[in-house]
Ligand binder design. Sequence first.
Ligand SMILES: Cc1cc2nc3c(=O)[nH]c(=O)nc-3n(C[C@H](O)[C@H](O)[C@H](O)COP(=O)(O)OP(=O)(O)OC[C@H]3O[C@@H](n4cnc5c(N)ncnc54)[C@H](O)[C@@H]3O)c2cc1C
Length: 472
Amino acid sequence: MADQQRFDLLILGGGMSYVGAIRAAQLGLSVGMVERDRLGGTCLNRGCIPSKALLETADLLHRVTEQGAEFGLAGHEGISLDYPALAKRRNAVIEKHVGGVEFLMKKNKVTVLKGNGVLAGPTSVHVSGGESGDVEAAAEHLILATGSAPRALPGLEPDGHVIITSDEALTRDDVPRRVTIVGAGAIGVEWASMYRDFGSEVTLVEFADRIVPLEDPEISKELTRVFKKRGIAIHAGSTIDTASLKVADGAASFTIATKDNGKRTDTTSDVILVAVGRRPLTENIGLEEIEGVEVERGYVKVDEFMRTGAARLYAIGDIVPGFALAHVASHEAVVAVEHLAGHDPEPVRMAQMPRVTFCRPQIASVGLSEEEAKAAGREVKTGSFPFRALGKATIVGEIDGFAKLVADAATGLLLGTHIIGPHAGDLIAEPTFAQVVEATAAEIGMTVHAHPTLPEVLPEAALAVDGAPIHI
Ligand SMILES: Cc1cc2nc3c(=O)[nH]c(=O)nc-3n(C[C@H](O)[C@H](O)[C@H](O)COP(=O)(O)OP(=O)(O)OC[C@H]3O[C@@H](n4cnc5c(N)ncnc54)[C@H](O)[C@@H]3O)c2cc1C
């Protein structure tokens, strides 16, 4: 007979939901978490953490080998990439942080049930096939957090060697000489940037008319300019003609065709990395049996407190609509927990979620783009400021890019911020906070920023909203 366990809260999927588990424990709830793989999910094991560990080395290598001489370093010519050593570090970083989550679960007395979970009802799960054996777990509330997996592209099915996804790319211990990346969203351009720094010949193929198509068009334009300067071949508005694909002797030959005029480019690559997005993992978890839950194209519909249509059943993370990002998932988990525990959390507001892409130059944004704000019927004014006019950017040696602020034309209320340039991911924290407290561009403009620092780009862009930047 299956073991019976009862909790105040059950969580199905132990990825970023672990943050919600901790919050629930802080609120005095008993928590059970079902996980069939390793704690930490995609982010820690196959996503944010390992990919950024690799990108850190890519950046370091670029700085030393390409900028070393200019910065007065001698002997850098002898420095090269030791990928096995890097792979060892990548694995150590993963282990440290997965171990950290395991420790936090123990510290907060969260019961981790190891095995595959299938809903037996809106707030109960049958766990099987793992270390915990057969368990019937039930709770007052349940949070679904089963995450996502790489989306497949018909005709480019991964074989794990020549045609791969980010999952395989993150476990490989070598750098392909020639790589074609299909999909120029966040994951695609991060790999393009990294492989280029590691010395690969990189080709980027994007079906939309511009790379990073979810960003402000000016950001796409700047990234295209810099990537081309770095020697990355870009085919926007294009696709791989899968009928032309031939895989033999550890390489793929194929034709890249433009959508509109059918221009064709023959290419050979050692690896095709398919990075065309992620699909929510909501099949085979018993969801179709649960009355009231609405699922659209695999995504579970939720309200702003992460409630599904079934009583006491919540859903968070990559399986719900919105930005598929780690900090969004963990924030949603905390809001869900506080709500089900009877507290009064602020609702989840997608417009306040920062997004960062860790290519070089980095990209970060929050809120609406100029286009989106106009489409929403807002009259806007915008201000931009280039990093090249900033003392600190010259010191750092990264002068590409700019910050662009989008503000309401009448009130000056900040509606969106878009940054491409050095440490954009760190710089986005200030405008994110500014949007949460409903600050105006003028208020950022009058806030004194220490000199010389990269954040000085923000008040300058804010002053540019009213046509009066100082240093340009
Ligand atoms: C290459 C890459 C780079 C990324 N970089 C970033 C980044 O820099 N910043 C950022 O914010 N985001 C990044 N992301 C996205 C981020 O990883 C995800 O948004 C985040 O992990 C989503 O969290 P989640 O908890 O919803 O899902 P997941 O992290 O996928 O966790 C879901 C968990 O549920 C488990 N599970 C699923 N079904 C079952 C079941 N039936 N029974 C038991 N367990 C189950 C899975 O094993 C998994 O552990 C990246 C993603 C990738 C792929």
